[in-house]
Design a protein around this ligand. Structure first.
Ligand code: PAF
Length: 287
């Protein structure tokens, strides 16, 4: 596996892979890799088994644009040594680890990409500017790598829908794949931020997923009123954890539109704070 900090070197390597007829796959991350990230490389590698030769580019960049001033940019966990061993084992071909200056040489004149509508709900409400930071860096990564395929985790469901909208609106020729959320044995969605949790919070955190599952089974038993399902989830979290709910929402899965009566495919999404740690999770439900 190669590692580079530089756009020119990255492009040279990708160019060679392309000359060999390989399909270029991009997996953008902020590092501190866990199996949720590595599963995307594994899923991409499966394409090789289908006789499609692939070239996997993984980026590791803690993107300052997507963190608010009071957020955890400085303390976001970083461990490049460990990440590069894990990426290599997972079959990544090249790891792109740019410095901030490489990505944003002219921060004061920066062109930004923003998707309207989808970004002023759910996480966008409490994190103004967050999605603009995400779409700006992802658009840059798409332009730098020109991937045929790009993977994003379903855990960040709103992020995936926002990026899908950007790709459509800007006619970016990339196939997007949402990788299923990978969970710890007790159900907690894997996240680099889980490392912030104190022991007591870590014990309670899987209840978020269990509350989503209870919501889904209430729907399966015939409940059609989203407010009843939302309330059931809220009650469980409030009763069984010390977490502070930011939101519990049920929306149309394809475009995050509002749902009056549960039907079709919906996403149940939540954000809960355990002390300074903000956790998100979601599940898709077919009604
Ligand atoms: O999901 C993430 O880790 C980040 O938001 C992403 C997509 C790598 C952009 O910085």
């Amino acid at each position: 596996m190669k590692i580079t900090e530089y756009i020119t070197a990255l492009r040279e390597n990708i160019g060679k892979a392309r000359e060999q007829g390989k399909t270029v796959v991009l997996i953008p991350t902020m590092g501190y890799l866990h199996y949720g990230h590595l599963s995307m490389a594994e899923a991409a590698r499966k394409q090789d088994e289908d006789h499609e030769e692939i070239y996997i580019v993984m980026s590791i960049f803690v993107n300052p644009l997507q963190f608010g001033p009071q957020e955890d940019f400085d303390k976001y966990p970083r461990n490049l040594g460990r990440d590069s061993s894990l990426a290599q084992e997972a079959g990544v071909d090249i790891l792109f680890v740019p410095a901030i200056e490489e990505m944003y040489p002219e921060r004061e004149n920066l062109t930004q990409v923003s998707v309207s509508g989808l970004t002023n709900i759910l996480c966008g409400l409490q994190r103004p500017g967050h999605f603009q930071g995400v779409t700006t860096v992802v658009a840059k990564l798409f332009n730098i790598v020109l991937p045929d395929v790009a993977y994003f985790g379903q855990k960040d469901y709103q992020q995936f829908v926002v990026i899908k909208q950007m790709v459509k609106d800007l006619n970016i020729p990339v196939k997007l794949i949402a990788a299923p959320t990978v969970r710890e044995a007790d159900g907690l969605a894997m996240s680099s931020r889980n490392s912030y949790l104190e022991a007591k919070e870590r014990k309670q955190a899987p209840i978020l997923y269990h509350s989503l599952l209870e919501g889904a089974s209430l729907i399966a038993s015939g409940e059609k009123r989203p407010e009843v399902v939302r309330e059931k989830i809220r009650q469980k979290i409030n009763k069984e954890t010390s977490g502070k709910i930011e939101y519990v929402e049920i929306l149309k899965a394809d475009n995050l539109g509002p749902v009056d009566t549960l039907q079709g495919q919906v996403v149940i999404a939540l954000a809960v704070h355990f002390g300074p740690t903000r956790l998100i999770d979601n599940i898709l439900v077919e009604v």
